[in-house]
Design a protein around this ligand. Sequence first.
Ligand code: NAD
Ligand code: WQD
Length: 344
Amino acid sequence: MILVTGGAGFIGTHVCIALLDAGLDVVVLDNLSNSNRASLERVEAICGRSVIFRHADIRDEEAICGTLRACGVTAVIHLAGLKAVGQSNAQPVTYYENNVLGTMRLVSAMMRANVKTLVFSSSATVYGVPKYLPLDERHPLDPTNPYGRTKRVIEEILMDLCRSDDSWCIGNLRYFNPVGAHDSGLVGEDPLGVPSNLVPFVAQVAIGRRERLQIWGNDYDTPDGTGIRDYIHVVDLAAGHLSVLRHLGQPGLITINLGTGKGSSVLDVVRTFEKVSGRSIPYEVMERRAGDVAVCLADPAFAKQVLGWTSTRSLEQMCADHWRWQLRNPNGYHCDDLAKAVGR
Ligand code: NAD
Ligand code: WQD
């Protein structure tokens, strides 16, 4: 039995599907602060299997400990956390409390229940402004915002934990830019309010929920002047979790980038989305967004070497799958109607 914290969220639902499809049993612990219970009903519909759900907070050590023991959990995939960079600048203490304290409570509960296999969702944001590209796992860490610093602190806590006790096996995964959705169109990213990430914003322009995209700068030192990122299909990302779970066995912490190694500019994303959706994406070019870098790109070689994992899905597939999800669920999981979504 695998415990997935944050399993009702965007990446979590796709991780649950990967685990269930591999025949593993899943319990999700989520406080639903950024997700909807309906997402797990969709996961169950896709996989034809049930998921145990605990509506609880990762800062509630007793709830976690009870879940670990009652469900016979053998490993934890820890995705629960707050992730909005802008919000983290405004509410740093909330971010440290939720992400750092939450992880401390989680590992304390794991120690009590003697569950010592953990996969953690870190982020490429820990690297900060690239000193060289592509970013490999040895690149120095210098996150530029409180959200990124919560991830760095958690990585350090987990490293100290492994140094203190050699029965811990920890996979520390640094995600690049996860996008796309399951190809059923039943689960996907459902941001609250105005999306700050590119692909969800573009999709909402395509569906007519927003008038136009604001492109944050076209004067970067890149071929078309717009920012370049390493977008990775969320289904490939989820498969990476299964690979690392199978790999973990040696004591200690292993840090692995999950990216594609391929860069796409904002305009590449706009054009690809227009192609797959058949809709036009009006845009206007604005000033650069504070804190953005020109290029962020993974070196995915280590993941291939140790896990045998590589991404397989193209930017076109990422956009096509995101578009299918958006079309079938114009308001995300709100006004949920599973039968309608499945039947459409
Ligand atoms: P998400 O917000 O969709 O999912 C996170 C889930 O955690 C949500 O369901 C939320 O309700 C839950 N949660 C938050 N705080 C909690 C708490 N205290 N107790 C219990 N549940 C809690 O986000 P996501 O995109 O699926 O991200 C999952 C993880 O991956 C996060 O840790 C995030 O920092 C990390 N990550 C995401 C990205 C990205 O671009 N999406 C990139 C790098 C890393
Ligand atoms: C991508 C590109 C923008 C929106 C963020 C977090 C990072 C990680 C992933 C969690 C950039 C441009 C965007 C828009 C635009 N999350 N853009 N108009 O900034 O690479 O990473 O999400 O760990 O921590 O910082 O992703 O999708 O916001 O931006 O022009 O409306 O799209 O400037 O070049 P980013 P993004």
